[in-house]
Design a protein around this ligand. Sequence first.
Ligand SMILES: *[C@@H]1O[C@H](CO)[C@@H](O)[C@H](O)[C@H]1NC(C)=O
Ligand SMILES: *[C@@H]1O[C@H](CO)[C@@H](O)[C@H](O)[C@H]1NC(C)=O
Ligand SMILES: *[C@@H]1O[C@H](CO)[C@@H](O)[C@H](O)[C@H]1NC(C)=O
Ligand SMILES: *[C@@H]1O[C@H](CO)[C@@H](O)[C@H](O)[C@H]1NC(C)=O
Ligand SMILES: *[C@@H]1O[C@H](CO)[C@@H](O)[C@H](O)[C@H]1NC(C)=O
Ligand SMILES: *[C@@H]1O[C@H](CO)[C@@H](O)[C@H](O)[C@H]1NC(C)=O
Ligand SMILES: *[C@@H]1O[C@H](CO)[C@@H](O)[C@H](O)[C@H]1NC(C)=O
Ligand SMILES: *[C@@H]1O[C@H](CO)[C@@H](O)[C@H](O)[C@H]1NC(C)=O
Ligand SMILES: *[C@@H]1O[C@H](CO)[C@@H](O)[C@H](O)[C@H]1NC(C)=O
Ligand SMILES: *[C@@H]1O[C@H](CO)[C@@H](O)[C@H](O)[C@H]1NC(C)=O
Ligand SMILES: *[C@@H]1O[C@H](CO)[C@@H](O)[C@H](O)[C@H]1NC(C)=O
Ligand SMILES: *[C@@H]1O[C@H](CO)[C@@H](O)[C@H](O)[C@H]1NC(C)=O
Length: 646
Amino acid sequence: MKFSLVASVVTAFSAGANAYAISAEDAYLEGLTALGHLRRALPNSPNGYTPTSRDCPSNAPSVRAAAELSSQETAWLERRRNNTVEPMRDLLTRLNITGFDAGSYIDRVSNNASELPNIGIAVSGGGWRALMNGAGAIKAFDSRTDNNTGRGQLGGLLQSATYLAGLSGGGWLVGSIFINNYTTVGALQSHDAGSTWQFENSVLEGPDKGGLQILDTAQYYGSLSDAVTGKRDAGFDVSLTDVWGRALSFQLINATDGGPAYTWSSISLAQDFQDANTPFPILVADARAPGETLIPGNTTVYEFNAFEMGTWDPTAYGFIPMQYLGTNFTAGSVPNNDQCVVGFDNAGFIMGTSSSLFNQFLLNLNGTDIPQSLRDIVSSILNTLSSDNNDIADYTPNPFFHYNPQSNPSANSSRLTLVDGGEDLQNIPLHPLIQPNRHVDVIFAVDSSADTEYIWPNATALVATYQRSLADVANGTTFPSIPDQNTIVNLGLNTHPTFFGCDTSNMTDGINVPLVVYIPNSPYVTYSNFSTFQLSTNNSYRDAVILNGQNVVTMGNGTVDETWPACAGCAILSRSLERTRTDIPEVCNQCFERFCWNGTVDSRDPPRYEPTVLLGEINIANSAATRSINWLAAGVAAAGFVITTI
Ligand SMILES: *[C@@H]1O[C@H](CO)[C@@H](O)[C@H](O)[C@H]1NC(C)=O
Ligand SMILES: *[C@@H]1O[C@H](CO)[C@@H](O)[C@H](O)[C@H]1NC(C)=O
Ligand SMILES: *[C@@H]1O[C@H](CO)[C@@H](O)[C@H](O)[C@H]1NC(C)=O
Ligand SMILES: *[C@@H]1O[C@H](CO)[C@@H](O)[C@H](O)[C@H]1NC(C)=O
Ligand SMILES: *[C@@H]1O[C@H](CO)[C@@H](O)[C@H](O)[C@H]1NC(C)=O
Ligand SMILES: *[C@@H]1O[C@H](CO)[C@@H](O)[C@H](O)[C@H]1NC(C)=O
Ligand SMILES: *[C@@H]1O[C@H](CO)[C@@H](O)[C@H](O)[C@H]1NC(C)=O
Ligand SMILES: *[C@@H]1O[C@H](CO)[C@@H](O)[C@H](O)[C@H]1NC(C)=O
Ligand SMILES: *[C@@H]1O[C@H](CO)[C@@H](O)[C@H](O)[C@H]1NC(C)=O
Ligand SMILES: *[C@@H]1O[C@H](CO)[C@@H](O)[C@H](O)[C@H]1NC(C)=O
Ligand SMILES: *[C@@H]1O[C@H](CO)[C@@H](O)[C@H](O)[C@H]1NC(C)=O
Ligand SMILES: *[C@@H]1O[C@H](CO)[C@@H](O)[C@H](O)[C@H]1NC(C)=O
């Protein structure tokens, strides 16, 4: 891929724009544009939460095979890869890789994307803990954060990254940033910028009245219920995920009533995204056949990106345009005279799908003082589902109905049921980043999973992805070998960043296997291991966990290990240096000695993992306000769905 192909990029983009302009809802969008609002993800569902049927454009949408990247992603990447050059040059120069002139190197490879480092970031699931620890990581990687480009800091890594994938709680983070005009974590925390991340009241209570929110709790429940009833009355199947996604939106989307009209596909219309000033956002969810209770490791993984929804797996192996989710597709096309649906891809519904495990909370509303309207809707949803299906998100009509019937397990079902992306134990969204078509070189994998007894990660998610990469379903994806979790804990590989896949000569696919920079949640300035089922935190603890996350990924801005910042730079450069047959700087060799897993295995049962804070512990004001709703956790356990690792 050469950057000299600007003309074709521009053409591809305007062709895309023309295709868009044909459809009715885009006339609506153009209306908004004319009002000068085409600057952020949009409330562009014509009828709020309710999906709307419209005549299809003359070039009706269809399912495409997953053999290559979409033409939109390919065109967008040409801009993005170019836009990462300057930030990468700045970052790598600043990281002080002794004896290596990072600036000249980046200049030398800058006009050839296949030589330039290609960076992905993946943020795991784990509820609000994962949102906050992941937010700390993104804040530390973001050059827009105050005082973030000094010695030992990693500000600019986000600007250097091509992809940003999120799952479940990590998906809330990615969605909240992108739906809110590619805002910063600092702004999402800030009272002055609208107080979006208000986690003092749980989603079960709803937001405080004031600011953007005008509802009291009863009205809040009424609003959830009305939205979901509206969708159902329009003829769409609803699931608990609809209620859940609507509730989440009040905490994640900076708009009145949680912005019921914001769509996921509208991310692709935001100015910053179109200018490729952002990484490419992707959420993931797992397929779960109705009635199936254990999700096998080879279940189909679906992704929701800015342009499309679908899967690379050799099952359904297809993608549809995101904005037409909810449209009837049969054998890959819209049947004659059928209409197209828009507004089904509600942003909260997509974030709710990736985190559907948390639907279980709604089961416990029974015991609370909620109005009859919400009680009724929850009951009526539950009545149409068997009790082990409470966690599904219902995608009816199934976009892949009769598509690839020989390999697609859902081909004969008019319904596609998706669940939380971590239910297959791959709690870090690596799947989209290990697709050979995407050629990612290095993945910063931020893990906030609750694997160990005390809710710290032990790389179970990496093990799951590694095992899957060896199975039939792998379909060209490759992943470095990962040792068992006992080894991870015994060698302390979950106490600091660890590289996997350093030695390309030890892997069949060599340099095409991405280097994985595993960054486990650990305590630097606070104990950031709060329960997945804790639904509320005060702002003081929220901010401490976010700050802790900043320190996790920077190792305290290099104060805990002064070699780390340069070593992060070496990880970024590693595959690129090999590809261009450039000598590895001595300092990088030392880094690989220090941070790479070298193949040692120690599978004995480890002692209990109980880390203590590394730097001065922050004093959390009013920690009593950090309420843990334990009866909820108990209720979830009773419902039989607790997946400890999420
Ligand atoms: C690449 O990005 C630079 C800014 O970083 C811009 O000036 C230049 O026009 C871009 N080139 C292409 C081919 O898009
Ligand atoms: C979105 O962010 C851009 C800066 O990235 C800003 O120029 C624009 O005004 C913002 N739009 C809205 C609607 O906030
Ligand atoms: C760069 O690294 C060298 C050691 O490799 C160290 O002596 C020097 O202080 C570092 N400079 C900065 C600005 O971090
Ligand atoms: C940034 O650094 C400056 C100068 O050291 C300091 O005055 C300011 O308070 C810092 N800002 C933040 C947000 O830490
Ligand atoms: C929330 O919206 C308000 C009003 O549009 C804006 O001023 C503020 O910056 C936004 N906050 C975030 C985090 O996007
Ligand atoms: C989708 O197809 C089903 C079955 O043919 C039909 O009942 C439904 O109305 C269709 N929906 C739309 C939006 O065309
Ligand atoms: C809610 O309570 C009703 C009546 O007590 C009961 O029939 C129903 O099963 C309960 N629902 C759940 C999800 O516990
Ligand atoms: C690692 O985590 C898994 C859950 O994800 C747990 O079953 C296992 O016991 C843990 N092992 C260690 C050594 O922490
Ligand atoms: C998943 O694994 C099961 C059991 O090994 C096997 O029967 C099935 O065919 C596999 N599915 C795919 C899509 O590879
Ligand atoms: C992936 O699966 C598809 C569909 O089964 C197949 O056509 C393709 O060749 C596979 N790709 C690789 C790299 O195995
Ligand atoms: C690292 O830098 C960030 C951003 O300036 C700051 O908030 C944090 O306190 C620093 N950490 C340490 C240990 O100095
Ligand atoms: C190298 O490959 C062998 C198997 O061929 C494997 O056992 C070992 O763990 C690998 N080492 C690393 C560091 O990946």
